[in-house]
Design a protein around this ligand. Structure first.
Ligand SMILES: [Zn+2]
Length: 123
């Protein structure tokens, strides 16, 4: 792969990583027992049944959002690792190049379009 393109993608990945980490920090705390995992902060709204229901609602929404952000972050970290290992841009299934266009559109891709569509068909 073109080094310039990889450098550009790396820059974007690092930027996105920072954004996600900031977003996570905004409403979660890192789980002290499992690294890289986050727990939403519990927001105390009030003491009535209604308030309690709202608190649980907020927590549930935050929890699913934090899971999405965590998995995005994981994808980004894996992509950055592949860049460091110089295996970035190579399909993990067939070993062929993923293609610049696809990587620019979706920098965390680890499979080429052929393998991806085969996987989706069999799923
Ligand atoms: Zn492939």
């Amino acid at each position: 792969m073109d080094k310039k393109v990889v450098a550009k993608i790396k820059k974007e990945l690092l930027l996105r990583k920072k954004e996600i980490e900031e977003e996570l920090r905004r409403f979660t705390e890192e789980d002290q027992y499992s690294k890289g995992k986050h727990r939403p902060r519990f927001i105390n709204i009030g003491t009535t049944n209604d308030d309690n229901a709202k608190e649980i609602d907020t927590y549930t929404t935050d929890l699913s959002l934090s899971k999405v952000l965590e998995s995005n972050l994981e994808d980004i970290n894996k992509a950055l690792q592949r860049i460091a290992n110089k295996t970035y841009g190579i399909c993990k299934y067939c070993g062929k190049e993923i293609g610049e266009k696809r990587l620019l559109a979706r920098p965390v891709s680890s499979a080429c379009i052929n393998c991806k569509s085969k996987l989706q068909q069999s799923a």
